[in-house]
Write a protein that binds this ligand. Structure first.
Ligand code: G3P
Ligand code: MG
Length: 249
């Protein structure tokens, strides 16, 4: 498996809350603040085009309606994914994953691709995102880090592209997660700061795993987590975190 560099700060959904999440504008915004790494969420259109979108449905972050995975890419491409955030981003489209990947490659940036399948499409999405990621980043100096809350999706990614590093996402670390981390040959445990126990950080480190924490927006909490030895965190609070931790970008 190729190694991921695990920068200490990662721009959540590209640009945190300062730009419309999971768009190319958001990714560029995060980079303009100095972030070398971003996290994005990826799922498939009905006709199998990988795209950046967090929710299963379109209403919150686009001008569309209904289940994102039931529309063809040609229809999704017409939607506005920026106006919900603020007028300056009006007209920003949903980002295709391949266009996003080309930007990341051109900037020599780092990416954590969260595989976020539409309901019932876990294996298909995991396999497809892993395959296109391996192809698009084949000559990249740094591979993408694949992660998912879906064991089925990340397991398919492991089968499809075993060389790509993997992170297992869990909202709360349960005993079964240690078995899942082992089965997935994961490089990192990704979990919420809300439910985190320091003992879990220590246990992960003893197993040789990195520990990545979401979504940390409070500076005092970030300082506490770094003092626990966590390897990195995802933040929506991009400007404040970049000013406080410039060496962690
Ligand atoms: O990958 C870390 C984080 O993004 C997981 O939660 O819901 O923001 O995708 P969510
Ligand atoms: Mg995510």
């Amino acid at each position: 498996m190729k190694a991921w560099p695990y920068p200490k700060l990662i721009a959540h959904r590209g640009g945190g809350t300062l730009a419309p999440e999971n768009t190319l504008a958001a990714v560029r915004f995060g980079q303009s603040l100095g972030y070398r790494a971003c996290e994005i969420d990826v799922k498939l259109s009905s006709d199998g085009v990988a795209m950046l979108l967090h929710d299963a449905t379109l209403e919150r972050t686009t001008s569309g309606k209904g289940d994102a995975g039931t529309l063809a890419w040609a229809d999704l491409a017409k939607l506005d994914a920026g106006a919900w955030h603020s007028p300056e981003f009006r007209g920003e489209p949903i980002a295709r994953f391949d266009a996003f990947a080309r930007e990341i490659l051109a900037k020599k940036a780092m990416v954590n691709i969260e595989i976020k399948p539409s309901p019932g499409r876990d294996k298909e999405t995991g396999a497809h995102v892993a395959a296109v990621s391996a192809a698009l980043f084949a000559s990249a100096p740094v591979p993408p880090l694949l992660s998912s809350f879906s064991f089925a999706a990340l397991g398919e990614a492991q089968i499809m592209s075993p060389e790509l590093p993997r992170g297992w996402l869990t909202d709360r670390v349960e005993p079964a997660d240690w078995d899942r981390l082992e089965a997935l040959e994961a490089a990192s445990l990704h979990t919420s700061h809300k439910n985190l126990l320091r003992a879990d950080v220590d246990r992960a480190h003893k197993l040789g795993l990195r520990v990545m924490i979401y979504t940390v927006n409070d500076i005092a909490r970030a300082e506490e987590l770094f003092s626990w030895g966590v390897d990195g965190m995802f933040t929506d609070n991009l400007r404040v975190f970049a000013e406080r931790f410039p060496k962690h970008l």
